[in-house]
Design a protein around this ligand. Structure first.
Ligand code: PEP
Ligand code: MN
Length: 364
């Protein structure tokens, strides 16, 4: 993936974040055109989306209008000039979308999870210069996401975009698909040149939360948003709870604060430099403290070996967790953060002591 075209080189309105808007599903020609006409009033919209083939979890749900929707998208492009985007899940969809003049393709979360389907799509796209956006797979597996991007890249696709749409989870939560921000952040760390946009509609499942997740995505440095937009969201044939009207979308986009990834301003840079050297010093102190702690862990390990006591003691672990999270709360630190950190610290202590015991037994 070393040949990726920057988003700004092909985005229709490069002065804004890349915003893809439009209905979850194309339902009728009227609905598609009405949405597009309203969206086209807004210069911040970069492309129009509509699902033609809908991957639904259960059969008998609305599975998209199929082929008949493609001419509606074509009309959108002719009438409004907005580039049109749709989801493709297999070779046939891809061929039909190319024939219909679709400008941008995206691979949905269920498809990204299936390397056979992604390869089929990539094979059709060999030698075609078209932007392709790849949603993260439904499961929290970064390698699958990267694999799908690589298959497309190997086919010669250079206008690649990753879409973060959250990951499915069994736990009940505020989210339809919990964002697990550390995964898209890790993807960005591994492939800094890969543009990434956020799909707050599928993360939240609720229109009221879209603004907040969009802002967070931009605060993290994501390059744009995909937001499901419908003229009459409550009546939508799919994903009714998470769609917004074009007017609501315009309000969200006005509210959003934009940040720059870097700023070359001497005052700012100097202050940042000072604060960062403070952080460097504090991190070194933290390492000294961890080193010191580990020396004591070794002493305890020796003591346990001499006295034939186990490395792991449940009540001690519980005590550490309780005391440290209690102290964290008093300091205004998030208890979950401190709990996770001390779990790691404690795990390393146990590992060190069991390694000492293994050596004591003369085992390799
Ligand atoms: C969609 O964008 O409408 C869609 C089906 O999304 P996902 O693949 O993220 O579930
Ligand atoms: Mn949807």
């Amino acid at each position: 993936m070393d040949q990726i075209t920057p988003l700004k080189d092909w985005q229709s309105n490069p002065e804004y974040p890349f915003v893809v808007a439009g209905p979850c599903s194309a339902e009728t020609e009227e609905q598609v055109l009405q949405t597009a006409r309203e969206l086209a009033q807004n210069k911040k919209i970069s492309a129009f989306r509509a699902g033609i083939w809908k991957p639904r979890t259960r059969p008998n749900a609305f599975e998209g209008v199929g082929l008949q929707g493609l001419p509606w998208l074509k009309k959108v492009k002719e009438e409004t000039g907005l580039p049109i985007a749709t989801e493709v899940a297999n070779a046939k969809h891809t061929e039909l979308a190319l024939l219909a003049g679709v400008d941008i393709l995206w691979v949905g979360a269920r498809t990204t999870a299936n390397p056979f389907s992604v390869q089929e799509i990539a094979d059709v796209l060999k030698g075609v210069d078209i932007p392709v956006m790849v949603k993260n797979p439904v499961n929290a597996d970064l390698a699958l996401w990267i694999g799908a991007l690589e298959r497309l890249s190997n086919s010669g696709i250079k206008k690649l975009v990753a879409i973060h749409r959250g990951f499915s989870s069994h736990e009940k939560s505020l989210w339809r698909n919990p964002p697990m921000w550390r995964l898209p952040i890790e993807l960005k760390r591994l492939y800094p040149q890969l543009p990434m946009i956020c799909d707050p509609s599928h993360i939240t499942g609720k229109r009221d939360l879209i603004y907040r997740v969009s802002q967070k995505a931009l605060d993290l440095g994501m390059n744009g948003l995909m937001i499901e937009t419908h003229p009459n969201p409550e009546q939508a044939w799919s994903d009714a709870d998470q769609q917004v009207t074009p007017t609501m979308l315009a309000e969200i986009l006005i509210e959003l604060d934009l940040r720059v990834p870097e700023l070359h301003n001497p005052g700012y840079e100097q202050e940042l430099e000072q604060l960062r050297s403070q952080i460097d010093r504090i991190d070194n102190e933290l390492l000294d403290v961890l080193h010191h702690r580990m020396q004591v862990v070794h002493k305890i390990g020796d003591l346990k070996i001499q006295n034939g006591v186990t490395a792991f003691q449940i009540q001690r672990m519980n005590e550490i967790m309780e005391k440290r999270t209690g102290a964290a709360l008093k300091l205004g630190l998030r208890p979950e953060y401190i709990e996770e950190m001390f779990r790691t610290v404690h795990e390393e202590s146990i590992k060190t002591q069991t390694d000492m015991m293994r050596e004591h037994h003369g085992l390799p």
